[in-house]
Design a protein around this ligand. Structure first.
Ligand code: ATP
Length: 269
């Protein structure tokens, strides 16, 4: 079976994410797409992120009617803490996932082009790019050369090849030794989670960007709204200490999460 992991923050999940997953599923005959919300995404450690469980709950609601799309707990706080890690890294997720699937399954990793631009700065990027095929959801304005230049140096195509890529929009496939990157250029949903959060905060409607169940959850839990919290949930402006133990419990790392309005800011990375 062809299977994909779709990693992201999903704060909240929106129509753009679903459009990307649907387009990828159709093009690559994906039997399953696992949406993997990151506990503490390494690239977003200094910015406020809604607690994992709210983001997971919204994903579960959004995917309820999608037969082949599955919410995944592979980067849940419990898994990250059990492994003694301070953040969720895609290389660990992919390797964890590969232990659970059959050797004959073909594995893809779905990602947006803006996130892919930083791939060389991720943990073990060369190994990650060689573990599975990548499906990169392209957006207008990016060229094939942008995609090739974002690769870690050892995987980048030769200068003469990259030069040819300059005029070409990011579409088609880039096949390199041990790495295949498929560019998905059919999704034209101009929506992002940042836009949704700021719409909620300023009282603008979000019905065009998220499904009704997700909109209702945001409303009910008073997510993304400054001010009084919903009484059945944690108080804002609360300091939480998260203790991460390594496997033998020998070493212990401490970091503080500053919870503001239900969104946690990582203070001491
Ligand atoms: P934020 O604005 O908080 O960064 P986001 O929606 O852009 O949120 P994620 O929730 O992390 O980002 O999304 C997961 C992946 O989906 C990312 O790789 C992102 O680039 C991609 N993505 C999100 N929205 C779209 C869209 N409208 N079209 C194509 N790709 C998208």
């Amino acid at each position: 079976m062809n299977i994909a992991i779709f990693g992201g923050t999903f704060d909240p999940v929106h129509h753009g994410h679903l459009a990307v997953a649907r387009a990828a599923a159709e093009r690559f005959q994906l039997g399953r797409v696992y949406f993997v919300p990151a506990d503490i995404p390494p690239h977003k450690q200094t910015q406020a992120i809604t607690p994992y469980y709210h983001r997971y709950a919204m994903l579960a609601l959004a995917l309820a009617g999608e037969k082949n799309f599955v919410p995944s707990l592979l980067e849940s706080p419990e898994i990250i803490q059990a492994e003694g890690k301070l953040a969720s890294y895609s290389i660990d997720t992919v390797r964890r996932f590969k232990q659970r699937v059959r050797k004959v399954d073909r594995l893809f990793f779905i990602i947006g082009i803006d996130a892919f631009m930083d791939v060389a700065k991720w943990r073990s990027p060369v190994e990650l790019l060689q573990e599975c095929e990548f499906i990169v959801a392209s957006r207008p304005g990016y060229s094939l050369n942008d995609v090739a230049s974002a690769l870690p140096e050892t995987l980048r195509p030769a200068e003469q090849v990259s030069r040819l890529f300059k005029q070409q929009p990011a579409g088609g496939d880039i096949v390199l030794a041990g790495t295949t990157i498929h560019l998905l250029d059919e999704v034209k949903e101009a929506v992002g989670a940042t836009k949704i959060r700021s719409a909620v905060a300023t009282g603008r409607p979000i019905a065009n960007f998220v499904g009704p169940e997700v909109a209702e959850y945001i409303r009910k839990l008073q997510l993304y709204k400054p001010g009084k919290p919903e009484p059945g949930n944690p108080e804002p402006n609360r300091l939480e200490t998260l203790t991460v133990r390594t496997n033998g419990g020998q070493a212990e790392h401490r970091k503080q999460l500053h919870v503001v309005g239900g969104r946690s800011h990582r203070k001491n990375p």
